[in-house]
Design a protein around this ligand. Structure first.
Ligand code: SF4
Length: 493
């Protein structure tokens, strides 16, 4: 996975430090996440069969992932039969090379883009730019991020960290560098900002010969790709250009249209709190005289088969990128999206990035710890990804196995660094719990000496107890209390 604009990020606590102290950012985030989460809760409450839909979504995804090899071959055959060309990319570099070559073959030097996490993941814009090809983002929030030379901080609302005043300033300052300037005297009212973006983008839609997209879903039985969106920019990019190149992760497959029905109900309610998406675009290969006449599908692995090999971690591949988990996460709300060092922020980013990229870097090794494990993310996830379970699993991998790196196609475990104290504490706990006599003696000793116990920990433990109270040791160990109140029986023996 390409580091893209995130190369060399420090560990999560360090990266989050600045955001946590930025009152404007925290205000923007609090307002936006609380508004979206409230609307989502209402939209979901309207559905009496939400629990069944959630279970159905989980099962469809699990079934598809179990038979991914079969469905990928079926998809390739369907897309090819419908007039498309399928390309396979093992990693970000290969995917970027393929797309650059495909654009070059058209003779064009600019493309319009539909909002796509997959192309951000592989750093496609940067790869195109390096080859002299301009990539114009057309989703409003992505446009704000691109014009502001910024990074996205939310899956669904990439400019969630910006308020209207900041957006007005960015438009007024930057639009003329990229094309049609912002209107004179632009204010920060939503209608004026939207109109400025509409006028700026319109000329790009009408000029572009090449469109680049991702896809929310790919239907294996017919080779149909699906993009859901709210602004209509996607529809423009998918229908006006002569050539369409779609870059999609291999996990985005659903077997049939019938399966798609489930997600077209759960995705809009979980993401934008809408009953259905304003625009649902589907296309199957090419059609004479209608839409792009050349269609390429670039299927990317980029760490997904490694993730699939992990029995606990593979559930992250069920994700339909609704962003509901971000909007309820207390850590995301305070730290913002940039601290996660990836295009996938929030709880899903904390379990997806370390699996796609491995945990060799400082930021990836720290992501499984970027959570209070409160479980709110699991509660709202429309495909029931048990994010806390995966976080704990990945913590275990970081502590026990050390950073995971990739050597060619092999996953390599390196000795863990920097967690020696935690490992020693865990070893001591294991020894104590497997020696009941020693544990009992230790507990009694701790109770008798409790008045002398410090209220903060020394050394490396200081950071932990700096923000928490150490729990007080009880006057009587539970085991003695149990024995005393249960007729002298020590049931632990
Ligand atoms: S993990 Fe679940 S809640 Fe979070 S973005 Fe993915 S599907 Fe949505």
């Amino acid at each position: 996975m390409s580091g893209g604009t995130f190369v060399g990020m420090p560990a999560f606590p360090k990266a989050a430090h600045e955001a946590v102290n930025n009152q404007t950012l925290r205000g923007n985030l609090r307002h936006a996440t609380h508004t979206i989460r409230g609307k989502r809760a209402k939209a979901v409450a309207e559905m009496s069969d939400w629990a069944e839909l959630r279970e159905a979504g989980k099962r469809i995804k699990d079934h598809t992932l179990r038979h991914l090899d079969t469905y990928l071959v079926q998809l390739e055959e369907s897309v090819t039969a419908a007039g498309g060309v399928v390309h396979w990319a093992a990693d970000a570099d290969e995917a970027n090379r393929i797309v650059v070559e495909l654009v070059r073959m058209t003779g064009e030097s600019e493309v319009v883009k539909v909002k796509s996490m997959a192309t951000q993941e592989i750093g496609l814009n940067e790869a195109l730019e390096a080859e002299g090809i301009a990539a114009y983002e057309t989703d409003l929030a992505e446009l704000i991020v691109q014009l502001g030379k910024d990074r996205p901080s939310h899956i669904l609302v990439p400019a969630i960290h910006r308020n209207r005043g900041e957006i007005r300033d960015i438009f007024a300052r930057e639009m003329s560098e990229w094309g049609r300037p912002a209107p004179e005297g632009l204010t920060d009212t939503p209608a004026e900002l939207a109109e400025a973006a509409r006028l700026h983008l319109r000329e790009k839609f009408l000029r572009a010969k090449v469109g680049v997209s991702g896809a929310n879903f790919m239907v294996a039985e017919t080779g149909t790709l699906v993009v859901v969106e709210s602004e209509g920019n996607g529809r423009m990019c998918l229908t006006l250009p002569e050539t369409l190149i779609s870059v999609v992760g291999i996990e985005k497959i659903v077997p049939t249209w019938r399966d798609l029905e489930v997600f077209l109900q759960t995705l809009p309610r979980s993401s934008t709190a809408e009953r259905m998406n304003p625009y649902t675009s589907t296309w199957t290969g090419t059609t004479d005289g209608d839409g792009p006449q050349t269609f390429h599908l670039v299927l990317i692995d980029n760490g997904r088969t490694d993730t699939l090999a992990d029995e606990v971690g593979r559930q992250a591949l069920r994700c339909i990128r609704c962003s509901a988990c971000l909007n309820v996460c207390p850590v995301y709300e305070r730290a913002g999206g940039h601290a996660y060092g990836s295009v996938y922020p929030g709880p899903i980013g904390a379990i997806l990035s370390p699996q796609l990229r491995g945990t060799a870097s400082e930021i990836d090794a720290s992501l499984p710890y970027a959570s209070s494990l409160c479980g709110a993310c699991y509660e709202v996830c429309p495909v029931a990804i048990d994010i806390p379970e995966v976080l704990v699993h990945l913590r275990e991998r970081v502590v026990e196995g050390g950073p995971v790196t990739r050597d060619g196609n092999k996953v390599v475990l390196k000795p863990a660094k920097g967690h020696a104290a935690e490992r020693a504490a865990m070893r001591a706990a294991r020894w104590a719990f497997s020696h009941p006599g020693a544990l009992r003696t230790g507990q009694r000793l701790a109770s008798r000496t409790r008045r002398f116990h410090p209220r903060t920990l020394p050394g490396p433990g200081k950071a932990w107890s700096g923000t928490r109270d150490l729990p007080a040791v009880p006057a009587e160990p539970f085991r003695d209390w149990w024995q005393r109140t249960n007729g002298g029986k020590d049931t632990s023996k």
